[in-house]
Design a protein around this ligand. Structure first.
Ligand code: PA5
Length: 477
């Protein structure tokens, strides 16, 4: 891969804000490394067709519920109504959840709430509540957050598909006790809503027994694929974000992904080229690197989606698989001064997926440099928005010159619709990649043993703790 300028080979439509530029993964000139473009209409196209057919078959059998969420207008309207009912009554809205029950909500909030990500949007009818996502059980974080809140003006959304996740239930029990103390046991339920499975699970049973309102996570939508259900939409709507536009964008991407023609399906391109980089070139580390601070949480969301979906011991046929590229979130331009040296000169085991954003509301002009600082004259007259675009372009080109492949997901702008497109793009790419690798992207059997050990260590009947060495064993210094 030498000497070629980065040019765009684009899969896009006029209406869409999103294009996928995969030029820096191709061998356009004869002396370059990379994918021979003819393979896009040859064997890679055929492989993607099979994966696309398998996903569509799974969809028809009802297991790919996330693909239908953008068109679920009625549930979305209900979610918006419930959220609107909170306006004016609460200053703070706290999500208690973990993994897929938290990362998507944080992605929506950080990408769309301008300025302070904790501040709800304002508008007619007064400010919306600030949105907090408490996704850990670190007593310091939870304690500090709760100490800052006025319980009388705070709403808690407990989010758990299974309704049985230890961390989330523990958070809830801490909060329930505090609510009972500070607002009174009779008024606790006015501060609560559970988002959980419509039929099953301890949280569902508790809600029914205690009269706590609920919203459903559709049975065929799993945790990390649930951001466009009540899991992400309810908190986002409560914070005043435009969830209708998010769904509109996601719907547009879902339609773009209906084709099994590789070069016209943006998620197909991302999945097939990252998969190929792994299995043919040993590029097993997949770096997700937005050049936009508002998409840092998005990179963490993709990390979970890609990692938990594709890291599998067993294949769809029941045989050994041992698959799983390692997703690595990074941030441009910040990590040019942290990870880029490794990407350029370290092991050639990485492929970088950039995400860039075109227009900025305020591009921030760069001021005039003093005469005493000639070294700073050249950025003058430009904007920070132009500078970050240039930094991305330079990094992508430098990686290509060093034989390090990369592709770019470009957003013309970052608004609710574009974010919806981006979310659906990566969800669809993940399930295509699952079928390309020959594994089920919707399961996560590997996290079960640790969960069972937690129950055992907490003394739950029927569960066993792991065999632990005594505290003063000799193998420590
Ligand atoms: O993607 C997944 O299924 C997981 O990451 C879950 O979201 C996570 O374990 C939390 O599960 P639950 O929503 O059941 O509490």
């Amino acid at each position: 891969m030498r000497g070629a300028p980065a040019v765009s080979v684009v899969a896009g439509t006029r209406m869409s804000a999103l294009t996928v530029d995969y030029r820096n993964l191709l061998a356009i000139d004869e002396d370059e490394d990379g994918v021979d473009p003819e393979r896009l209409t040859g064997d890679l196209r055929s492989r993607f067709r099979v994966a696309h057919r398998d996903v569509e078959r799974a969809r028809r059998s009802g297991s790919m519920g996330f693909l239908d969420l953008p068109r679920a207008a009625q549930p979305a309207a209900h979610i918006r109504r419930v959220a609107a009912g909170l306006r004016g009554r609460f200053d703070d809205f706290v999500v208690l959840g973990i993994g897929g029950s938290a990362l998507g909500t944080r992605t929506l909030r950080d990408a769309l709430a301008a300025g302070d990500p904790n501040r709800g949007a304002s508008g007619a009818g007064g400010p919306h509540p600030r949105l907090h996502v408490a996704d850990n059980i670190d007593p310091h974080s939870i304690g500090t957050l709760l100490d800052r809140l006025d319980m009388r003006r705070t709403f808690f959304n407990v989010v758990s598909k299974s309704g049985s996740t230890t961390e989330t239930l523990a958070q809830y029990l801490v909060v329930a006790e505090r609510l009972a103390r500070e607002v009174g046991p009779d008024r606790t339920r006015e501060h609560l809503l559970f988002t959980t499975d419509p039929e099953r699970g301890p949280l569902r049973a508790l809600a029914e027994a205690a009269g706590i309102p609920t919203l459903p996570v559709p049975g065929n939508v799993g945790g990390r694929f649930s951001v466009l259900s009540a899991v992400g939409l309810f908190p986002a709507a409560a914070a005043g974000l435009d969830v209708t536009a998010v769904l509109r964008g996601a719907g547009r991407m879902e339609r773009r992904c209906r084709t099994d023609e590789l070069t016209r399906n943006p998620a197909g391109v991302v999945a097939t080229l990252l998969y190929r980089a792994d299995v043919e070139c040993g590029q097993r580390v997949h770096v997700f690197m937005p050049y936009c601070d508002r998409l840092r949480s998005f990179a963490l969301w993709v990390q979970q989606l890609w990692g938990e979906s594709l890291g599998k011991a067993a294949g769809l046929d029941g045989g050994p698989a041992g698959t799983g590229p390692t997703p690595l979130p990074a941030a441009g331009a910040t990590d040019q001064h942290s990870l880029l040296q490794l990407f350029m000169e370290g092991p050639a085991d990485k492929v970088v997926c950039f995400v860039t954003v075109g227009a900025a509301d305020d591009p921030l002009p760069i001021g005039k440099a003093p005469a005493s600082l000639p070294a700073l004259e050249f950025p003058e007259g430009h904007t920070l928005n132009h500078l970050i675009a240039v930094e991305y372009a330079a990094t992508a080109a430098a990686l290509r010159m060093a034989g390090r492949p990369n592709l770019t997901v470009r957003l013309a702008r970052l608004d609710a619709e574009a974010l919806g497109e981006l979310i659906l793009l990566f969800q669809a790419a993940t399930v295509y990649a699952g079928y390309l690798y020959g594994v089920d992207p919707l399961t996560q059997p590997g996290v079960e043993l640790g969960k069972r050990y937690v129950h055992g260590l907490l003394g739950r009947p029927g569960y066993h703790p792991p065999r632990m060495e005594e505290a003063n064993h000799p193998w420590q210094v």
